[in-house]
Design a protein around this ligand. Structure first.
Ligand code: AHR
Length: 537
């Protein structure tokens, strides 16, 4: 890696270069770089569940988001059809529900049966009145129409292990016991067959209703897991790993304890991350996906240690589920944190580049990251944003859609040779500790290989300059047409809005290569680019 200062000042290649016709006239390239792709250097299989999403009873995610009774944009069941359509574009394999902090005081029985008989409750996590008109069965109906698999979180805050067991019975047992029969009475003859269940939410956080220490959480989670698995043996369980990275927290201690205690019974450990450009420093902010990667590596080490001694029924090791990740810092104080309009973050291009960086990091760690859920789907820190009469796609929609519709197969360990920069010490988010990142590559890269096709995903973090890059095949040859897609906008602060799309995916002219082990591309400033085509042996 070659070092350059963080302002991105040119150190060499001062002359204008026109490469393969893909530079705009007069555009300067300050840097050059190489990406070497070797299909024999494999990391692991990409699990489609890394493109998951999340629906919580919070603000306008459910009510006024996916569900809007009486709206002209909704059908007779209350589902907003414009939102459903946009959500389908994200090809979401798995959707977490119903929270989030909400779940830690949610009693699922409130949300089933005839709607008009359901009790309204005080919602204490985000200060709303919860009507319970949307619950288990409404979510299942929505999920089936969206083509996504439901992933439920049980209440291990104020809830009991018995209540968790009864929910699994209601959802997964065909007939016979009381709660299975109750589901049938509610109009669902067939079980919902929910495979993925998480054992509480952010139980390490002091803000969590019913917060526990690591030992007490492990005991409660182990007993809940026992009852849930006895009820439905095929389910997969997710332990609530670290979410609290405040300066006074000890996330590694939490993860080490719960992995040790739950190593025989859980299938995943959930981690959460929210970042933001708190001090308005573009280059610091763009490095935040590396923090996610560091945390992944630390937890991977802990998992390896525990797996050496575990006695598991499953042949698989514990995997990591980043089951909440996003940018969240603007709508994170005061009135923006509660009520009907909570957490309505408005995203820009730099946020979209950070999301692309997170997705690249999931691919680069495909051996251990087998699930991830953007938080959340609609209105609440979300890629889709509604009003009563309209909807628009936020900037972060576009990289997620590109990945979720294209990036599958085997993750490759690519070699990237490009300029790097160091950050200052900075807070990675509003409720996070500080970090300093060294040797941050200006090009953030992942690659996958599937059935003779390679997909290369590249964030150019350089705010001002294109990076002309040789793409080199170490094995086999490039041959044919290569599709090129770019997420970009006029500047790093560009935002979308109702009837205004400044940041979106654009299809660029295809690259044409004839049996060559090299092609060259200039990645534009502040962009995310996906290149897709054949790599022939
Ligand atoms: O996604 C918003 C909130 O962030 C979730 O409810 C909680 O789990 C996390 O703190």
């Amino acid at each position: 890696m070659r070092k350059m200062n963080s302002a991105g000042t040119a150190t060499f290649f001062a002359a204008a270069m026109v490469v393969a016709g893909f530079l705009f006239a007069g555009q300067l390239t300050a840097q050059n770089a190489r990406i070497k792709i070797d299909i024999d250097r494999q990391i692991g299989e990409v699990n489609k569940n890394i493109y998951g999403n999340f629906v919580e009873h919070l603000g306008r995610c459910v009510y006024g988001g996916i569900y809007d009774e009486g709206s002209p944009l909704a059908d007779e069941s209350g589902i907003r059809l414009d939102v459903l359509e946009a959500a389908k574009g994200l090809n979401v394999p798995l959707t977490r529900y119903p929270g989030g902090n909400f779940v830690s005081n949610y009693h699922w029985k409130d949300g089933v049966g005839p709607k008009d008989e359901r009790p309204a409750r005080m919602e204490l996590a985000w200060a709303r009145l919860e009507s319970n008109r949307f619950g288990t069965n409404e979510f299942i109906d929505f999920a089936r129409r969206m083509g996504t698999e439901p992933y439920f979180a049980v209440n291990l805050g104020t809830g009991t292990i018995e209540e968790a067991q009864q929910w699994v019975e209601y959802c997964n047992v065909k007939e016979g016991p009381y709660y299975a029969e109750l589901r049938k009475q509610h109009g669902y003859a067939e079980p919902h067959n929910i495979t993925y269940w998480s054992l509480g939410n952010e139980m390490d956080g002091f803000w969590q209703m019913g917060h526990l220490n690591a030992e007490d959480y492990s005991k409660k989670a182990r007993e809940a897991a026992k009852l849930m698995k006895l009820t439905s043996p095929e389910i997969k369980l997710v332990a609530a790993g670290s979410s609290n990275y405040r300066p006074d927290a000890d996330p590694n201690e939490w993860n080490a304890t719960i992995l040790h205690e739950l190593r025989d019974v859980v299938d995943y450990i959930a981690l959460h991350i929210y970042v933001g450009n708190v001090a308005d420093n573009y280059y610091n902010y763009l490095s935040t996906p590396l923090v996610l990667e560091e945390r992944t590596q630390i937890v991977k080490g802990m998992i390896l240690k525990e797996m050496a001694y575990a006695q598991r029924e499953s042949d698989d090791p514990i995997y990591i589920a980043w089951d909440e990740y996003n940018v969240w810092y603007r709508a994170r104080v005061g009135e923006d944190m509660t009520g009907e309009r909570a957490l309505e973050e408005h995203y820009n291009l730099e946020d979209a580049l950070v999301i692309a960086g997170f997705l690249n990091a999931f691919i680069r760690n495909a051996d251990v990251v087998k699930m991830a859920n953007m938080a959340q789907l609609v209105n609440v820190i979300a890629p889709i944003f509604t009003s009563e009469t309209d909807m628009f796609k936020q900037t972060i929609y576009y990289p997620l859609a590109l990945f979720a519709n294209n990036v599958f197969g085997t993750a490759l360990d690519v070699a990237v040779d490009c300029e790097t920069y160091d950050t200052e010490e900075f807070f990675i988010g509003l409720a996070e500790s500080k970090t300093t990142q060294e040797d941050v590559p200006f090009l953030d890269v992942s690659a996958t290989y599937d059935d003779g096709q390679v997909v290369l995903c590249v964030v150019n973090r350089n705010k001002d300059q294109a990076i002309t890059t040789d793409l080199i095949a170490q094995e086999g040859l490039f041959d044919g047409e290569y599709e090129v897609y770019e997420v970009n906008g006029p500047d790093s602060k560009a935002q979308n809005d109702f009837a205004k799309t400044l940041v979106e995916t654009k299809s660029k002219p295809a690259l044409t290569v004839k049996k060559a082990d090299k092609m060259t591309y200039a990645f534009p400033p502040h962009s995310f680019t996906m290149i897709k085509g054949a790599l022939k042996n």
